[in-house]
Design a protein around this ligand. Structure first.
Ligand code: KG4
Ligand code: ZN
Length: 333
């Protein structure tokens, strides 16, 4: 079995996964509330909290997976991208476990984890089989990938600036909702009229890229123009229109990719896959294109360690966990 650890941002995660991708446990200790009052993740606070939590989270994953270190064949860990101090805690723990137990170590790319999350088996849901397309939209990343032979994937298009989740979070802040704002904005939008306001669509060029900095600025100006009282009165309409402006480009690019790549299996990944409008529109798109859509359970969409194991089971682990190059190209919202 694979013991996996993920600490790239603000969640302390560990999982026990079988080599065929069956998830036996997937533990996430969220730090959300800790960073709430700052309106975003504070790297130093995140690192310290990982340090406090990591041992207990690993123990919990082993216990819930009805497993023990004796059963572990491989230790997998996120090597980045992420916050350097946060990554270091997970990597140090993983290296210590591997060294103490004489186990191989697999350093894993966090983004490959999001891409391959739907290849896992959880609660009896059948995993997706390559080749497939995957739209990853999270707080730090937004891209479209094609998977032929895991763990390899090819990025077909990506955001040129902000991530979709970041646009949700920043929009939510402008509308006076808490952090992370995505879920709150999603809820508010249900009572609003998406046609009430017009926002620019994030569709730069004619490839498969995205751009989310413009729509955020447009919301800022719209709220300012309306004035505080009026903006407050029309918050639900603003949320609905803004949400549509974020979701529509995701669905349009997904459609373009289905058509240009000729693939009929499609997966969503990343925290924004929780968005009700994205789920609805992606399901409609799959229907009209005769495609099959995988939306993994939410616990596999948001940051988690099972998805790190999903990648590790395909890769070549390193026998001795000596020097390990980290990827600290973090995007902090
Ligand atoms: O994948 P994730 O947990 O963390 C990153 O790796 O970034 O994604 C978190 C992001 C946040 O930006 C959050 O606002 C967004 O996913 N999100 C949502 C919803 N639930 C979470 N965005 C829109 N609608 C939601 N229901
Ligand atoms: Zn992530």
């Amino acid at each position: 079995m694979i013991l996996a650890i993920e600490t790239s941002c603000d969640d302390t995660c560990a999982a026990v996964v079988e080599p065929d991708g069956t998830v036996r446990s997937n533990v996430v200790a969220s730090q959300g509330l800790l960073h709430d009052r700052y309106g975003g993740v504070v790297p130093e606070i995140a690192s310290r909290r990982h340090l406090e939590l990591i041992d207990a989270v690993v123990d919990d994953a082993l216990e819930r997976g009805e497993s023990s270190l004796d059963e572990a064949e491989l230790v997998a860990v996120t090597r980045g991208p992420g916050l350097i101090g946060a990554l270091l805690v997970g990597v140090s723990a993983a290296k210590a476990l591997a060294a103490a137990r004489g186990l191989p170590l697999a350093p894993v790319d966090h983004l490959a984890g999001h891409v391959l999350a739907s290849t896992l088996r959880l609660d009896g849901v059948a995993p997706i089989e390559p080749p497939f397309l995957c739209l990853v939209a999270s707080g730090g990343h937004t891209f479209l990938a094609r998977v032929d032979e895991p763990p390899e994937y090819r990025v077909l298009g990506r955001t040129l600036d902000d991530a979709a989740g970041e646009a949700f979070d920043k929009g939510a802040r402008l509308l006076g909702l808490g952090y992370p704002g995505g879920p709150a904005l999603d809820r508010l939008a249900r009572d609003g009229d998406a046609g009430a306001f017009e926002f620019p669509r994030a569709l730069p060029g004619d490839g498969l890229d995205f751009s989310y900095s413009g729509v955020k600025t447009a919301l800022l100006y719209r709220v300012r123009d309306l004035g505080e009282a009026e903006a407050d009165r029309r918050r639900a309409d603003l949320a609905a229109a803004y949400q549509r402006a974020i979701v529509e480009p995701l669905v349009i690019r997904l459609r373009d990719a289905i058509e240009s790549e000729g693939l009929r299996r499609v997966a969503l990944g990343g925290g924004v896959a929780a968005n009700s409008e994205l789920r609805r529109r992606a399901a409609e798109l799959a229907d009209t294109h005769g495609a099959e859509l995988w939306i993994p359970p939410l616990e596999l969409c948001t940051d988690n360690a099972a998805m790190i194991a999903a990648v590790a089971r395909y890769g070549e682990p390193i026998a001795y966990p000596g020097y390990l190059a980290l990827d600290a190209t973090a995007r902090v919202a």
